[in-house]
Design a protein around this ligand. Structure first.
Ligand SMILES: [Zn+2]
Length: 224
């Protein structure tokens, strides 16, 4: 089975298991009817994306997350995190991120993390909050130095369509990521998870079925 740890798309291949991401909405009208009846019947992650923090009503967003976090189909909390280039001021992003870490701790579910140009902050938050739940940085496409810093601190890395480009950081980095810390994803990109697994298998010189099993084992190890 091909675990797709983070996607915003519902169409999938027969041998694929998606963890579909539901973004907790910012607007109060949408929040009231969230999640909608059309929520796909599959494994899910949900959280407050740093782009969609409601600056005047984030309490209700956190409350909503708390209600949903226990649901059996919610496998991961997030995507949540920090973004230096977009969204509300960083101190508020940090506050909301820490609150979501605490929710994840309460329900003992791993976090799926969005991080753009905030790796120092991410590492210090982990140091201060010291969550026991695993933390997966999704869509990782940063340099070796940053990768090393976060791997040393126990983060998992999920790589996506960037590995299809031979010149990307992600493609260069892949052979240096311990296999037990690796996930793969499609995110919002128009690519198949099969394509990403095949490329990763090629870069790693590892048979596809071995790679599939290794990532499935990673998933089983950290998710209920
Ligand atoms: Zn995403």
């Amino acid at each position: 089975m091909l675990i797709n740890i983070h996607t915003h798309q519902t169409d999938k291949q027969a041998n694929e298991q998606i963890i579909y991401n539901l973004i907790i909405p910012a607007s109060e009208e949408e929040l009231e009817v969230f999640p909608s009846d059309e929520t796909p019947n599959t494994w899910l992650s949900t959280g407050i994306h740093p782009w969609y923090i409601n600056e005047s009503n984030h309490k209700s967003q956190i409350e909503k997350l708390r209600q949903l976090a226990n649901y059996k189909d919610i496998k991961l909390i997030g995507e949540c995190g920090l973004d230096r280039l977009k969204g509300c001021p960083l101190p508020l992003q940090e506050e909301i991120f820490i609150k979501q870490i605490r929710v994840a701790e309460d329900v003992k579910k791993p976090l799926i993390i969005h991080c753009v140009k905030c790796f120092n902050e991410l590492v210090s938050i982990k140091k201060i909050v010291r969550p026991k739940v695993p933390m997966i940085i999704h869509g990782f496409n940063n340099n070796f130095h940053i990768a090393q810093a976060v791997l040393e601190r126990g983060f998992y890395l999920s790589l996506g369509s960037a590995i299809l480009n031979d010149n990307s950081n992600a493609a260069h980095l892949l052979p240096n990521i311990p296999i037990e810390k690796l996930f793969l994803e499609t995110d919002d990109k128009d690519v198949s998870i099969q394509e990403i697994y095949e490329k990763a298998s090629f870069i790693l010189k590892m048979p596809l079925d071995k790679l599939e099993d290794a990532i499935f084992a990673n998933y089983s190890e950290i998710c209920q």
